[in-house]
Ligand binder design. Structure first.
Ligand SMILES: NC(=O)c1ccc[n+]([C@@H]2O[C@H](COP(=O)([O-])OP(=O)(O)OC[C@H]3O[C@@H](n4cnc5c(N)ncnc54)[C@H](O)[C@@H]3O)[C@@H](O)[C@H]2O)c1
Length: 373
């Protein structure tokens, strides 16, 4: 068993302030992980996070954190367009990496990270770990056991709405509560696919296995958004509809849209010759899964996060429990050599689907997926 893992937090924005830092500063994890350093380029933000969460060091520059933060691992919580470069820098500096979704925006970048980590004997955990959730494992089992007959098609996806403009942590006046979300609407790395549909795609492919081909239409529907009275120009696609081919004429409809949903939650809907699974219902009735009774006791929206293995005690009261869980998957892997199912290879396959969907929309042609997991 290795020592306590010294963690560096890259970016002190919404997910760090609401989730990562409150979880990792709790007493009960100090025997496994220590908040060693935080960095953020916004003047005063990392320092304010350091003070609020008792972090050892604060930096405005990420390269300084890697050089002088005395960290063993980093959790990358910056805008998605920066993840590849920052991940590569961490690996080059000999650090293990947790990526808040999404790990990279291209397969080539993902492959570079996977190979670099392998060469250096470093570990990558790439969120979101949707298959850690028992209800998704149960959907996989129900389908495999023939509960809905021959599966014919599935649907999953997510819509941006105005979630990021309205996050509570962006409405205040101090440096930890006035966090600008504009990058969510801009290239590279913006748009609902990398930020939200990524959960649905991890669940869908976790349940059905890797896909083979994708066809899509995609574009920017909302050209400008308003954040706190200022207009934000949007150039990242916010309206994408795709068709996935899993082989043997099994298909899925996947969406990442500006508004509107046709599925419940991120687990997806599955339609077979003998019935359907929609959200957490089998043929219209809630299906059972390990821990369901406990999940029902949780405040709305948190239920299935309460079933994640590290989400116990005080962690059930803190937001973004699934993010904490994924980080603890990395901590266990480093300390106990206990590998995780939240792999970079699974993340790369989802990135392949998104990148190929955009290419399909640009070219008007179906794209073959080149990755598996
Ligand atoms: N907001 C959510 O609900 C949520 C939930 C789960 C995961 N995530 C993921 O977490 C990541 C961050 O999202 P967020 O909502 O916290 O974004 P955010 O915009 O709220 O915060 C990002 C922070 O990164 C900082 N930053 C910018 N450039 C940087 C750099 N070069 N080095 C270090 N920091 C830099 C910004 O100043 C900002 O403080 C994304 O990958 C997102 O998908 C977000």
């Amino acid at each position: 068993m290795a020592d306590v893992v010294r963690m560096g937090v890259v970016g002190a924005g919404s997910i760090s302030v609401r989730g990562i830092l409150p979880h990792l500063s709790q007493e009960d994890v100090q025997d496994r992980v220590r908040l060693a350093a935080v960095c953020d380029p916004v003047p005063g933000r990392a320092e304010a996070a350091k003070e609020r969460f008792g972090i050892e060091r604060a930096f405005t520059d990420y390269a300084d954190l890697l050089a002088h933060g005395d960290v063993d691992a980093v959790t990358i919580a910056s805008p998605i367009g920066l993840h590849y470069k920052q991940g590569r820098m961490a690996l080059d500096a000999g650090k293990h990496v947790h990526f808040n979704k999404t790990m990279t925006t291209t397969v080539a970048e993902a492959t570079d990270l996977i190979e670099t980590a392998r060469q250096k004997g470093l570990k990558i955990v790439a969120s979101p770990g949707e298959m850690l959730r028992p209800h998704n494992q149960q959907i996989k089992k129900l389908i495999a056991d023939g509960a809905i007959g021959t599966l014919c098609w599935a649907a999953c996806g997510a819509a941006f709405g105005t979630y990021h403009e309205k996050e509570r942590v962006r409405q205040g006046d101090d440096v930890l509560s006035n966090i600008d979300p504009s990058w969510y609407f801009r290239k590279p790395g913006g748009g609902p696919l990398y930020d939200m549909t990524v959960y649905a795609l991890h669940a869908l492919t976790g349940i059905l296995g890797p896909a083979k081909r994708v066809t899509a239409l995609s574009g920017v529907r909302i050209k400008e958004r308003e954040f706190r009275g200022k207009m934000v120009p949007c150039d990242a696609d916010d309206n994408t509809l795709m068709l996935l081919d899993f082989g043997d004429s099994l298909f899925a409809l996947v969406y990442g849209t500006a508004a509107g949903r046709i599925t419940e939650g991120f687990g997806g809907s599955y339609f077979g010759t003998a019935g359907s699974i929609v959200g957490q219902k089998l043929n219209g009735e809630p299906f059972d899964y390990p821990g369901r009774d406990l999940a029902m006791q949780a405040p709305q929206g948190r239920g299935n996060q309460w079933l994640l293995p590290h989400v116990v005690g005080v962690h059930r009261e803190i937001e973004e429990q699934h993010v904490y869980e994924d980080i603890m998957q990395l901590i266990d892997w480093i300390r106990e050599d206990k590998p995780t199912i939240v792999t970079a290879e699974h993340a790369r396959h989802v990135i392949d689907i998104i990148e190929s969907a955009y290419r399909s929309a640009e070219t008007g042609r179906t794209q073959e997926l080149t990755t598996t997991f």
